[in-house]
Design a protein around this ligand. Structure first.
Ligand code: GRE
Ligand code: ZN
Length: 235
């Protein structure tokens, strides 16, 4: 078929299921998190922020314009490991970080908390170390864990300031640049102790139902100038 998925009225999420049947499933993301209907689980594992600090500044990191997002992928020798929040014997390795954003600061996140949407949502995608690589893991029900971080407008962000140095070279789809000095930790909120976790899916086709979601309650802040990082993209 000639269907190309997107976010418009003709090709947006409500149309994806006609072409990608998994997108009609029962474990689909994103969701609005209704905080009054969540329960506190004192046994949840802590997310260890220290695992996300780059051990050295000169690790090669590939930045790619994938058309709908910017993708940040450090060399494999820097890949933090996440313990499953519900099971201390299950581990996921960080694979890449990407962004979702809107055309204005009023919307852009995919998930929401109590119907509040943020201008940007960051996804740190991890795969279960029992699988050989991320492609093997994507179709498996226990394949992925994604940390979702919201960004709102406020103080500038060190992570976005680092990213903005490279955006001029990433204006067109499939452009790629090799960067130095990336650290996942520069995209994380100070308080990692409060998060919502639930089973879900990739938020883009094929919508595979393989994600253990970990959505941080505390947003990071980026300056309004930084929030226009996407405006130079020809996507
Ligand atoms: C996405 O396509 O946006 C995506 C992934 C993997 C996990 C979550 C997610 O590619 O939203
Ligand atoms: Zn995503």
């Amino acid at each position: 078929s000639t269907f190309v998925w997107g976010y418009g009225s003709d090709n947006g999420p409500s149309k994806w299921g006609q072409y990608y049947p998994i997108c009609l499933g029962k474990r689909q993301s994103p969701i609005n998190i209704d905080s009054l209907r969540t329960t506190f689980n004192p046994k949840l594992e802590h997310i260890q922020a220290s695992h996300y600090i780059s051990p050295q500044p000169n690790i090669k990191t590939t930045l790619t314009n994938i058309g709908k997002s910017i993708f940040i992928q450090p060399a494999i020798d820097y890949s933090p490991v996440l313990v499953d929040p519900l099971n201390s014997g299950v581990f996921y390795r960080a694979h890449h970080l990407h962004f979702h954003w809107g055309a204005s600061d009023n919307y852009g996140s995919e998930n929401a908390i109590d119907n509040k949407y943020y201008p940007i949502e960051i996804h740190i995608v991890h795969y279960n170390i029992k699988y050989q690589n991320v492609l093997q893991a994507i179709p498996k029900p226990d394949g992925l864990a994604v940390i979702g971080i919201f960004a709102k407008i406020g103080e500038g962000s060190a992570g976005f300031s680092w990213l903005l140095q490279y955006m001029q070279k990433l204006q067109y789809k499939d452009e790629t640049v090799t960067a130095n000095g990336f650290s996942y930790s520069s995209f994380l909120p100070k308080d990692m102790s409060k998060y919502f976790t639930f089973p879900g899916s990739l938020t883009t086709p094929l919508c595979e139902e393989s994600v253990r979601w970990i959505v941080m309650e505390e947003p990071i802040t980026i300056s309004s100038q930084q929030s226009s990082f996407n405006l130079i993209l020809h996507v």
